[in-house]
Design a protein around this ligand. Structure first.
Ligand code: HEM
Length: 504
């Protein structure tokens, strides 16, 4: 089964795990002005500890009847949790001046505590983001384009060696080296690993499953982490769980790198490549204090975690599909040849920005790769909220799944087919699709790294396809690309390929 079909189950769409978190207090049935109760999901009645544990242990997926079988735009999935499939409501919740904060338990991974991800207070979010954002503007990313190109060169050289390459991991090594160098000049040298499999990457792959556990059983994960850090220690952890020890080492690596930079900054060095310059010092004008060491360490880990897997997975999805559909790859190659005369030509992002077919391939890959595949959780504010005719009490959790919007069959006909050409249709249609297209989310908490991600995606894809003929390895099958949602998508296997240099 391919990526496309693995998501179809009968006439239902297999949506990522919807956490049935601890709704111990039953909210009264929600009714609209006409006295009509909001529809309940059949599983709602067991929305409590029982289903939380069941879901976490089974690491399964909830079959949420949507599209086709679920007629309405809103449904209760547990006593204080609603799932929404309505673009106007999405835009209301995910606007710049939103009043809907992130749901605390959903984002409370112990590893990213104190980071931007963990912040809920809107003023605090605004201050932290304004200090980080200048480093991720289009101009800033353009200034460091040379750095991205250098890492891509290293990656392509590795591919030219002619061996079977694990691209799923190779792309992550590439994005890791870009983001660590970009963020704090301390490249993790993942691309130098002979099989693109450094210990910490394997450890992170293994531990990503705890991201889902964090959502379902936050207390347990926090307790486990505390025990490992404070009672067991890294050396002993190696004997109990090498992966936990490797992940702890990775975290410490990020922390040490950013604190070293802080030391240099405080000693007066200003020519660092860093995204933390503004956080190292406070801002008297807006009252922001200098970041604490824990905040710096949290953000140092967050940027790697947020920037590596998402971008790596999108590149994997793009390449997998370009090999699967050779006629589409040929079309792309034809376009690339107009600006890259030789297979090894370098090219600037501003040139690639003007190539419609490449842009279409990228959009379709972003639509298909679901950077964050779990629904995004936001709380109804203290004032309550009138949503789709229902007055929702404060604290109700609203869930919006990008997967659901990106696979809406009315907007994206034949939605589970990877088809870049859909983005080249009439302007009106493209405008409608763009309204339903939010791979980086929207509003106050939109992805901070989107310009960096787009640059990495365009440059890597263009240079890879222009230079190599790529073939799946002998033992690769489409089933390797089936995925489950572990907050981010996790494929069942790896994309393994061989790459042959093109002659012209
Ligand atoms: C294809 C690549 C990427 C995709 C699809 C993606 C997608 C997203 C999405 C959907 C969110 C919102 C999550 C939520 O609200 O729960 C987000 C947040 C975030 N992303 Fe990305 N991202 C990508 C690449 C990157 C890169 C390269 C960075 C590098 C720094 C990055 C850094 C962040 C950060 C720090 C946040 C948290 C922002 C906040 O909490 O205010 N992302 N991303």
């Amino acid at each position: 089964m391919s990526i496309q079909s693995c998501s179809e189950v009968g006439d239902k769409v297999n949506v990522d795990l919807i956490p049935f978190h601890c709704g111990l207090v039953e909210h009264p049935t929600v009714k609209n002005a006409d006295g009509v109760s909001m529809p309940d999901h059949p599983r709602k009645t067991i929305g409590s500890w029982v289903s939380t544990i069941f879901e976490a242990v089974a690491d399964g997926k909830v079959q949420l009847p949507l599209q086709g079988t679920w007629a309405g735009p809103i449904i209760r999935v547990s006593s204080n949790e609603v799932h929404i499939n309505d673009i106007d409501t999405y835009n209301q919740i995910f606007k710049v001046a939103t009043k809907f904060p992130k749901t605390a338990f959903y984002y409370s991974s112990p590893s990213t505590k104190h980071s931007l991800l963990d912040l809920r207070d809107f003023h605090a979010v605004h201050l932290r983001r304004s200090a980080l954002q200048p480093y991720f503007s289009k101009q800033s990313v353009r200034k460091l384009e040379g750095l991205i190109q250098t890492k891509i060169n290293m990656f392509l050289i590795r591919l030219s060696e002619g061996n079977v390459v694990n691209l799923s991991r190779g792309f992550r090594c590439l994005t890791c080296d870009v983001i660590t160098t970009y963020s704090y000049e301390k490249c993790f040298e993942a691309l130098s690993h002979p099989t693109f499999s450094p210990d910490w990457l394997i450890a992170l792959e293994d531990l990503i499953s705890t991201a889902q556990l964090t959502v379902s059983l936050p207390g347990l994960v926090i307790a486990m982490q505390w025990i490992f850090q404070n009672l067991i220690g890294r050396e002993n952890a190696k004997n109990i769980s090498p992966n936990v020890a490797n992940a702890m080492e990775f975290e410490e690596h990020c922390r040490a790198a950013v604190l070293k930079q802080q030391e240099r900054w405080n000693a007066g060095e200003r020519d660092l490549v860093t995204i933390f310059g503004q956080l190292f010092c406070g801002n008297e004008k807006n009252g922001r204090k200098a970041a604490t060491q824990d905040e710096l360490a949290g953000d140092a880990l967050l940027t790697v975690a947020a920037g590596m897997d998402t971008t790596g997975h999108t590149l994997t999805v793009a390449t997998y599909n370009l090999v699967k559909y050779p006629e589409i790859q040929r079309e792309l190659l034809k376009e690339l040849m107009t600006v890259m005369p030789h297979p090894t030509s370098e090219v600037k992002e501003e040139v690639l920005d003007r190539l419609p077919f490449l842009q279409a391939c990228l959009k379709e890959s972003l639509r298909f790769s679901h950077g964050v595949s779990n629904p995004l959780a936001r709380d109804v504010p203290q004032t309550g909220a009138d949503i789709l005719g229902y007055n929702l009490p404060p604290g109700t959790i609203t869930m919006n799944s990008h997967y659901v919007y990106h696979t809406n069959p009315t907007i994206f006909p034949d939605p589970l087919r990877w088809n870049p050409e859909r983005w080249l249709g009439p302007d009106e249609k493209v405008k409608e699709m763009e309204n339903y297209f939010m791979p980086f989310s929207r509003g106050a908490r939109i992805c901070i790294g989107l310009n960096l991600a787009k640059a990495e995606l365009l440059l890597t894809l263009a240079r890879l396809i222009r230079r190599f003929e790529i073939t799946y390895s002998k033992d690769f099958t489409d089933s390797h690309m089936e995925w489950v949602s572990m907050f981010v998508p996790v494929t069942k296997g790896m994309l393994t390929v061989t790459a042959k240099e093109r002659i012209v």
